[in-house]
Ligand binder design. Structure first.
Ligand code: NAD
Length: 296
């Protein structure tokens, strides 16, 4: 959302990479199962419950099973929608099999298998472009920076810890769709508003001795700040998925991991403040004004 160059780069990079994979599968390994990481952000925040990819619809007396409308909120999320369309089309015409995983917001610092060797640790982004909410809040808490809530903070999304993501992907791998099937699976554990998440991070931080407060920023994004949000997530449960980690205990693990890197985070504290405006007004250099500050 920064400018024309970044949005064209993002769409070109994502769409052509996925298209390359679809053609490579067609020409080299048509029996392979593509597990494509999509995002819950493809659906946006419609006024309806969100099914897993498809829904039954009746129009002028006729019924059909159709793709659920995608109403994403950024050019990046639009690139994922285009990927979904290309993947569904390739399944139809090339008879490929694919699972499009509509992932909620992922957070976490490591999975159990990485524990023994720090070199295996996952990278963790905490800047405003690539950093996801809980990762950013935890980095803020660890250096006693106020938690940056965009707008009113009523934006609801589905979240899941990195280690549960791995369990889901493993299950999907073990249970491939049929030849020619384009399958869509929603993948998240729990839904929270941004305000609720900030409170959770603040509560756990305090238990661990980190004093932090919350700051409301003018929302740099164009998005609903209060809305209906009730997505389905039945298929993974049917495949045997059992969430292992609740959000609060995962936050505790993260804060303990991140404490070892507090100095590195503090050195990049400028990255914690949103200064990219999604309306394209190009006010990029100045931090948006904090409109309200409180510590509950
Ligand atoms: N993080 C989230 O909350 C989230 C939520 C929904 C969907 N997703 C999707 O999950 C996918 C991964 O996102 P992420 O957050 O893990 O990002 P990430 O940046 O942490 O991981 C991306 C990985 O891809 C690798 N990579 C990039 N270009 C590559 C190339 N040309 N060849 C080989 N490897 C390459 C990078 O080195 C990196 O390891 C994306 O498709 C994203 O849209 C992420």
């Amino acid at each position: 959302m920064m400018d024309v160059h970044r949005s064209i780069w993002t769409q070109t990079n994502n769409i052509t990479s996925n298209l390359n994979i679809l053609w490579a599968m067609h020409e080299v390994c048509p029996q392979a199962h593509l597990i494509k990481l999509g995002t819950m952000g493809e659906y946006g925040t419609p006024g309806l419950d969100i099914p897993e990819g498809f829904f039954e619809v009746e129009f002028r007396g006729r019924r059909d099973r159709l793709p659920f409308p995608r109403q994403p909120g950024s050019f990046y999320h639009l690139s994922k929608v285009h990927d979904s369309h290309n993947t569904a089309f390739a399944c139809k015409v090339f008879r490929l099999r694919a699972t499009d995983v509509m992932q909620g917001v992922v957070f976490g610092t490591h999975i159990a298998e990485m524990n023994v060797d720090p070199r295996l640790r996952s990278r963790l982004d905490f800047d405003q472009c690539f950093g996801t909410t809980i990762n950013r809040f935890c980095c803020q808490a660890i250096i006693h920076h106020p938690l940056t809530i965009y707008g009113a903070g009523g934006q609801r999304r589905g979240y899941l810890p990195l280690r549960d993501v791995m369990q889901c992907l493993h299950l999907i791998l073990q249970n491939p769709p049929a030849d020619g099937e384009y399958r869509v699976i929603n993948q998240f554990d729990e839904c929270y508003s941004i305000r609720e998440l900030a409170q959770l991070v603040q509560d756990v931080s305090r238990e661990l001795g980190y004093a932090t407060c919350q700051t409301h920023y003018e929302n740099p994004r164009i998005e609903a700040e209060s809305h209906h949000y009730r997505p389905d997530r039945e298929q993974l449960l049917q495949l045997g998925y059992r969430p292992h980690h609740d959000v609060k205990s995962e936050i505790r693990i993260m804060l303990n991991d991140l404490a070892q890197h507090a100095e590195r985070i503090a050195a990049k504290r400028d990255l914690l403040i949103p200064d990219i405006r999604w309306d394209g007004s190009r006010r990029k250099s100045a931090a948006l004004p904090a409109v309200k500050q409180h510590s509950q």
